[in-house]
Design a protein around this ligand. Sequence first.
Ligand code: BTN
Length: 255
Amino acid sequence: MREIQAAQPPHLPAFFQPLYLDSVTSTNDEMKQRARAGAAEGSLIVAREQRAGRGRGGRQWTSKPGNLYMSLLLRPPGSVGAVAQISFLAAVALAEALLEVAPDLSPRLKWPNDVLIDGAKISGILLESSARSGGGVDWLVLGMGVNVAHHPEDAGQAATSLQAQGADNCTAFSLLATLAPALLRWLDIWRGAGFAPLRQAWLERAAGLGGPLRVRLPNEEFSGIFRDLDGDGNLRVEMPDGAMRSITAGEIFLP
Ligand code: BTN
C-alpha cells in the first residue's frame, strides 16, 4: 500500500485526520481494521482506487481512479439504530457539497441515502458499525463513493458522474474539500439538536415525496405513496387501502 504523493490533498478542518492511499481493497475494510485497533474518531482514509469496493447488499462498487472513495471513522453516542441516521447526514452533506462545486445541479435524495442527479445515482453510502457489549456503538465507519470522473454503465440502475453533468473541473480532491466541512457542520447539528433538523433538510431534497413508489423488502414487494420520513428515519408509505406503513430497511423504486 503506497501513500499518494501526486496531486495536492486538500486542506481539511482539524477534526479530520486524513490518510491518502493509492490502492486498497476497500477503504471501509482499511478503516474497520484501524477502528478495531483503536484509531481515533475523525480518522479518514481516501484512496485513489479500490480493488474490491463494496456497495450495499453485497454489491460491488466499481472503483477505478478518478472518483472519490473515502471512509470516515466515527465513535458516536447512541444506539446502533440511532447512529444509522448518519447515512441521512452523509446524503444531506453531500447534496450541499455538490451544489457548492456545481451550483447548476439539483441533487435529490432517494431513501435511504442515495444522491441522484436527474434521477441517476451519483454516489453511494455504506455504513458499517460495531456494537458495544453493554449497548451503544464502539465504532462506525461511514464509507462514501462519489462518481466524479466516471460512472458505471451496467450498475442495474441509471448512474451519472459530476463530469457527465458538466462539472469538468471538479476532482475527487476538490469535492472532498467541500464535502468534509459539510459533514462536520451536519455532525455538529446532529450532535446538538438530534435528527429533527436533518430530517427537515433531507425532506426538502427528497426524491418522489408525495408520489408513487414501489418497496422491495426481503420477503415482499408492494406499491404505495411516499408520504413522509418519520423522526427515526423510517419511510412512511401510504398503502392502497389508506393504511400507513413504516419501512425501516429495504429498497425503493421511484417511477
Ligand atoms: C451503495 O451500494 O450505494 C453504497 C456504495 C458505497 C461505496 C463506498 S466507496 C468507499 C467505501 N468503501 C467501500 O468499499 N464502499 C464504500
